[in-house]
Design a protein around this ligand. Structure first.
Ligand code: URA
Length: 436
């Protein structure tokens, strides 16, 4: 059926509900270039202002899912689970939760993205392991999942082309912060990834799209509802991104910290969220109670089987797997600069977005999609929110091979940190879990 995009824009502008056919028409005609950017932008703004019903949001998600290839996981010999984080600073949870879930018997066939702006991406972290291939032909990818239970690759160019075009338009038209648009963008990629169980980690706080736990919960509930309408097993965690996750920010620094957790060491905040996400993947895919899944997940850290899965994956994808056992051999930067506390007292807050931006200045991230990154650059936090500090005590170390931006990054890091005389209230890392 043919429609007129002009009528569709006016209908949404006036608060009307779009039909599935109208949404499909818009997505396919915009993706193939027939609808120009200004008209698509007008419709996105109308959606941003007037919202969408659950039926409209699901229709938009499905239209974007089928705008390109959809991964067929029917040849995988076991229950499949995927996880998705809405993005953060120091978020290396995939590098832990995926091997843990695989060690528990879940098949993890995961496609993931690169970092942009202040947030990192799993593909970049994996590429910081020399030789690691993040592009595999589908048959090789599926064979690896069947053999070792785990493969993580970059999203192929043919996956959800509608989302790629729409997301870039949203970025330049002030229409990113819309729950139906974010939910459909994320869920279309999850549907295209093909897994039966999907675990979402929806972040709130200074380093996240959603600034409050309430808004993050609304986004999580919207995505869970879309998935359930399409018969996926859906669970979600709503978690804090006011403070970076763990202590390390930057690509190989984060791989090293993930290896620490897989060795049953490392920061408690990171361990807790990794185990929670892994336990949700396991309980949902294997259909066992959450507490049993959590105990099983914890056991894989103690007996080394999760670390073994990471090692197997790195070997299979031609990365240097000796680094998994000797992480001190990862490449390092030319400069290591200590940042010291400017006040005495307690660290009362750390602005994740600014810390992520400081890490980007050091070379760890990209401002524009085609920027090159330095895999060894980044920040190691020595103190975090709630910690007591003396004036002049080291609070972070900056790793960089760029001497020019070191000073600017230090200023940004100092701006990100506030101090108080009294200890701040303890932060909750996990605000809510939506179980099945
Ligand atoms: N991540 C996505 O993939 N899409 C959005 O719209 C926001 C975050």
């Amino acid at each position: 059926m043919d429609f007129d995009i002009y009528d569709i824009i006016r209908k949404k502008r006036d608060g009307g509900e779009l039909t599935e056919e109208e949404i499909r028409y818009f997505v396919s005609r915009y993706t193939d270039g027939h609808i120009p950017d200004p008209q698509a932008a007008a419709l996105l703004m109308a959606i941003c202002i007037n919202g969408m019903t659950p039926e409209e949001t699901t229709a938009l998600t499905l239209a974007m899912t089928y705008s390109g290839d959809v991964m067929d996981l029917s040849s995988v010999n076991g229950p499949t689970a995927d996880k998705h984080s809405t993005g953060g600073v120091g978020d290396k949870t995939t590098l832990v939760a995926a091997p843990v879930a695989a060690a528990c018997g879940v098949k993890v066939a995961k496609m993931t993205g690169r970092g942009l702006g202040h947030t990192g991406g799993t593909v970049d972290k994996l590429e910081s392991i020399p030789g690691f291939l993040t592009e595999l032909p589908p048959d090789v990818f599926l064979a690896q999942v069947n053999k070792i239970g785990l493969s993580i690759i970059g999203q192929t160019g043919r996956l959800t082309p509608a989302d790629k075009k729409l997301y870039s338009l949203r970025n330049s038209t002030g229409t990113v912060e819309s729950i139906p648009l974010i939910a459909s963008s994320i869920m279309s990629k999850k549907f295209a990834g093909g897994s039966q169980s999907i675990v979402l980690d929806v972040k709130y706080g200074s380093g996240a799209f959603m600034k409050t736990p309430k808004a993050a919960l609304e986004l999580a509930e919207t995505m869970v509802a879309i998935g359930r309408r399409e018969n996926r097993r859906m669970t979600a965690v709503v978690s804090n991104m006011d403070t970076p996750l763990g202590n390390c920010i930057g690509n190989n620094l984060e791989v090293i910290e993930a290896i620490e957790i897989l060795n049953d060491r490392g920061p408690a905040d990171l361990r807790e969220i990794c185990l929670t996400l892994a336990a949700l993947m396991v309980s949902s895919a294997l259909e066992i109670p959450y507490d049993d899944a959590f105990a099983k997940a914890e056991q894989t850290l103690k007996d080394g089987s999760a670390l073994g899965k990471l090692r197997d994956m790195v070997k299979a994808q031609l990365g240097d797997s000796t680094l998994i056992d000797y992480p001190e051999r990862f490449a390092s930067c030319r400069f290591l600069h200590e940042v010291r506390a400017s006040e005495e007292g307690y660290i009362s807050s750390m602005n994740s977005e600014k810390i992520g931006a400081a890490s980007m200045l050091l070379g760890a991230g990209r401002r524009f999609p085609d920027d090159a990154i330095d895999f060894s650059a980044g920040i190691v936090l020595k103190k975090k929110t709630g910690d007591k500090v003396d004036i002049g005590e080291p609070i972070a170390s900056l790793h960089s091979s760029r001497d020019k931006t070191l000073h600017e990054a230090e200023n940004l890091l100092n701006e990100a940190i506030t101090y108080s005389k009294k200890a701040p209230p303890k932060e909750k890392h996990i605000y809510n879990i939506i179980h099945e």
